[in-house]
Ligand binder design. Structure first.
Ligand code: ATP
Ligand code: MG
Ligand code: MG
Ligand code: MG
Length: 439
């Protein structure tokens, strides 16, 4: 992508409305634009990052055996009347009427709809286990939308729903998502800690919020420090191994971790003082086993091996991609701007032409640009007439992992400079060596 032809509306000043660093940087870099309160457009730079986050989420969901579909944003109120949640949901639900005066709503979540899809076609235990997910917009009329897309009214959610014959099978499905979440957040460059969450009348300990520690987080959290060293399950994890997944779950839930809602001061007090961590955190994911809460009122049953009908056991598993993007920035930035983990960076490298119009600089940059693109890299080519200082500041601000700087003097010697955004380390290489290193 040539910067001169791109759409990346950078702001020179810090936007006043932004209270936290991620919001400030997302506005400054032109990643997002607010269209009305808590409702955002994702501009091209932001869209690139969001797509990369979604791709990682999708890969890990698929690896764990979940199957992607797509459900609509608008739902009929009837389904929610069946489950009993239409009245209960309250003001967070955006209720709409169509021209026939039928009550509709903009989905805040999809348990009802997926249960309806399930019951209409699955009749036998032989079709189980089943886990269906989509990545789709949700709407919740949050009382206090804030921090940009961290808490917006319209937001993207990956929501998966599992269906099993028995509670034991459902726990295995839960553990699959537990492992998938550990891998997903790790690949996004984040250390997310699963913390016990309220299960309400369902009971048990199968609800976890995945929390990222950050001073600007809205949740108060308490946990044991040892989470920092726990191993992330490998990519070749056998998701069919009941015991294997259970041991990962057991390990990751063996030490104390709870949000303020579930906090038990006495249990926390038994941890040696130096190992206690009391901090603030951001909820980036939430998984929940809820048994027959929806299958019962909505009549989602399958025939079991005993020939009888059984209500299916369900769980739901959410991740917020549009919250993850600012969460990653909260975890990874410096005074000059964003520092993207390579896995979600909008571009792998930015080629900075220090003197557009200079034949040698232009030829060198074109060569780098083409070579990197041919190697499948996403490259931004700063071919603008901006001053050198502006170009460096922009490259730092948007946080692309590697800057390839082509100035007239170096180019005359057949060389370019590489700068690592994270460490600031610079090295001068021949053009050939630079291409080899980056491809
Ligand atoms: P919160 O406690 O922050 O209000 P929640 O518990 O209501 O979130 P869930 O219903 O568990 O959210 O939804 C699953 C995931 O969707 C959350 O873990 C979060 O990542 C994301 N999410 C929820 N609400 C929002 C929002 N208003 N803006 C952006 N992402 C959200
Ligand atoms: Mg909420
Ligand atoms: Mg919550
Ligand atoms: Mg939640």
């Amino acid at each position: 992508m040539r910067l001169s032809r791109y759409f990346m509306p950078i702001l020179k000043e810090n936007p006043k409305e932004a209270e936290i660093v991620s919001h400030r940087l997302m506005l400054r870099t032109g990643m997002i634009r607010q269209q009305s309160q808590g409702i955002y457009s994702w501009l091209p730079l932001g869209k690139r990052v969001l797509d990369k986050v979604n791709a990682i989420i999708r890969e890990e969901q698929n690896r764990a055996g979940a199957i992607e579909l797509s459900m609509p944003t608008l739902q009929s109120a009837e389904l929610w009347q069946e489950s009993g949640r239409y009245e209960d949901y309250g003001k967070e639900m955006l209720r709409i009427r169509d021209r026939q005066d039928r009550p509709m709503l903009y989905g805040p979540t999809n348990e009802e709809m997926i249960t309806d899809i399930f019951r209409s076609s699955v009749k036998s235990y032989k079709s189980l286990p089943l886990n269906l997910y989509h990545i789709q917009l949700k709407f919740r009329d949050e009382i206090r939308p804030r921090f940009g897309t961290m808490r917006s009214r319209e937001f993207l959610m990956k929501d998966a729903y599992s269906f099993d014959l028995t509670q034991a099978d459902a726990i295995h499905s839960y553990n699959k998502m537990f492992v998938a979440y550990l891998r997903t957040f790790d690949r996004l460059g984040l250390r997310a800690i699963p913390m016990r969450a309220d299960t309400g009348p369902i009971g048990g300990n199968h609800s976890h919020e995945f929390i990222i520690l950050a001073d600007t987080g809205e949740s108060e959290v308490y946990c044991h420090k040892s989470f920092v060293d726990f191993d992330i399950p490998a990519a070749d994890t056998d998701f069919d191994s009941v015991d294997g997944l259970q041991s990962v779950f057991d390990k990751w839930t063996s030490v104390y971790a709870a949000t303020s809602e579930m906090h038990d001061e006495a249990a926390f007090g038994t941890i040696p003082e130096g190992d206690r961590l009391s901090a603030r955190g951001i909820e980036v994911g939430h998984i929940f086993y809820f048994g027959t809460k929806y299958s019962e009122p909505m009549g989602a049953k399958v025939q079991g091996p005993d020939g009888k009908e059984h209500l299916v056991h369900m769980g739901s598993y959410g991740i917020g991609p549009t919250r993850l993007v600012p969460a990653i920035i909260e975890a990874s930035h410096d005074e000059n701007g964003i520092i993207w983990p390579a896995s979600v960076a909008p571009f792998d490298a930015v080629v900075i032409n220090m003197k557009p119009g200079d034949e040698a600089c232009d030829t060198t940059c074109d060569r780098l640009y083409v070579a990197l693109q041919n190697a499948g890299k996403d490259v931004l080519y700063d071919d603008t007439d901006d001053r050198a200082g502006t170009k460096f500041a922009t490259a730092d601000l948007i946080g692309v992992p590697v800057q390839v700087i082509a100035g007239p003097r170096a180019v005359a010697a057949g060389e370019v400079e590489l700068k690592d955004r994270k460490t600031g380390a610079r090295e001068t290489l021949t053009i050939e060596a630079a291409i080899n290193k980056l491809t």
